[in-house]
Design a protein around this ligand. Sequence first.
Ligand SMILES: [Zn+2]
Length: 252
Amino acid sequence: METYQIIPVNVGDFLSMEKSNLTYGLDAGHKFVAPIIMYLVKGKDKLILVDTGAGDEEWAAKYHHPIRQSERQKPINALKEVGVDPEDIEIVVNTHLHWDHCFNNALFPKAKIYVQKKEMEYAINPLPCHYVYYESYHIGLYPQWLKSLDRIQAVEGDLNLLPGIDLVTIPGHTPGMQGVLVNTNDGKYLIASDCLGMFENWEGNQMYRHIPSGIHYSLPEYYKTFDKMEKICDFVLPGHDPKVFFKKVYPG
Ligand SMILES: [Zn+2]
């Protein structure tokens, strides 16, 4: 079967991430610098970009939490550093439609964008406590993914995207959350995005086998997702863990 490599691309950092937002109820009050990550999946002749990062420093400070984003970390520059031009990207996958995962879809004009239909529906009318994550109309904002609506392919359920790459539904953090299951020389990697904010969510601790995010839509669905993940993947890649950058490429 076709194999791929996965390159994590750092496109900014939340300066003061509340850890319990990522690890349900654990380490409340502990703040850390959390990266915003796009994952580039490279095949023989295919380039897939998983998520497109957040808004810039000014935007983040105004509507969300302060981030740091150097010139090098701007999505286009960060991709250039790994030898990729935005025009080369034919496929974008949004794991979900939280602002820090889909803000820059418009920067990839040639790409078809894959999003779960369920996620689009929820993003338009989320629960009030989730308005800000979706930059909802309800609070006077405009969801940036709508700018590229004409290029979105709405997906319903699991989908074999390409030989060796599957989109898999992993609801819990959001209703239409999807992961990207990638075949590599070393086994199957699941780009799990915010389903696992950190590796710790998957590794668990003495009490819990796995740990959901503090930000979630459905905990019952979340635990079914954990069961599904155990069956389908060998390795996971999380949404906001600095440890992701201990390696430049996966497998590696
Ligand atoms: Zn999220």
